[in-house]
Design a protein around this ligand. Structure first.
Ligand code: DX5
Ligand code: ZN
Length: 223
């Protein structure tokens, strides 16, 4: 059965001075989720936003807020992001020694739990936490900045993660350098959620940019 393709614009590429308006615009432009990139200047070489910003954007959309934590440690902040209104909370496998515990904590807070893998991290790291997962996020750039170029070797990783997921109800999300040209590589390999920042927020044509990604993927078969 075909998996519905979900598009998650990354607000990292939004105009932060008009964030509420930007959230409403991508919501109305037909996105599925809102992807929030949280960076700490320690795990990644950039600093972005915290739970107060998630709380501030929450009233502007009813769509799923997909919170990508690029912070180490993550555990002390999980409750704050949950209370702020995140629906999915994703931690990096590389960000702490107790991934299983982090995922358990997220679910105990009533939220969906995700794990993200840096480009160099083998997918086998998720083997013993599959039962704790609602989402696997394959990074297709080195996390820290928008507007980077998609790493082609990640297509093979996406296929391998899809095989590991099997029939489990786990989303397979790809993040970084997703454009209409790279999107279909990801969905053909088995991704069902695509994050895109610069490709969606460029030139103000949000609905057309989202539609271009959907159209590119519709043309190719799913894994
Ligand atoms: C990178 C972030 C991504 C990024 C995507 O660290 O996790 O979500 O903003 O931006 P684009 O689509 O421009 O590569
Ligand atoms: Zn992200």
């Amino acid at each position: 059965m075909p998996r519905p393709l979900l598009i998650a614009p990354s607000i990292l590429s939004a105009d932060f001075a008009r964030l509420g308006e930007e959230i409403r615009a991508i919501d109305q432009a037909g996105c599925d989720w809102i992807h929030v990139d949280v960076m700490d200047g320690h795990f990644v070489p950039n600093i972005t936003i915290g739970p107060d910003v998630v709380r501030a954007i929450r009233p502007h959309t009813n769509k799923i807020i997909d919170t990508h934590l690029m912070i180490a440690p993550a555990d002390p902040y999980l409750e704050a992001f949950a209370k702020a209104g995140s629906d999915i909370i994703t931690v990096h496998a590389e960000a702490g020694p107790h991934l299983h515990r982090s995922l358990q904590t997220i679910r105990a807070l009533g939220k969906k739990a995700g794990v993200s893998l840096n480009p160099h991290t083998p997918e086998t790291i998720i083997e013993y936490v599959l039962d704790q997962l609602d989402l696997v996020l394959v990074m297709s750039v080195n996390p820290g900045f928008g507007g980077q170029v998609f790493i082609p070797a990640m297509v093979d990783k996406i296929s391998r993660v899809r095989a590991m997921i099997g029939a489990r109800p786990i989303h397979l999300e790809v993040d970084g350098g997703v454009t209409p040209s790279t999107a279909q590589l990801c969905t053909s390999a088995g991704a069902d959620v695509l994050v895109a920042g610069s490709a969606i927020f460029k030139n103000g044509a949000y609905a057309a940019n989202i539609a271009a990604i959907r159209h590119a993927c519709a043309a190719s078969p799913q894994a």
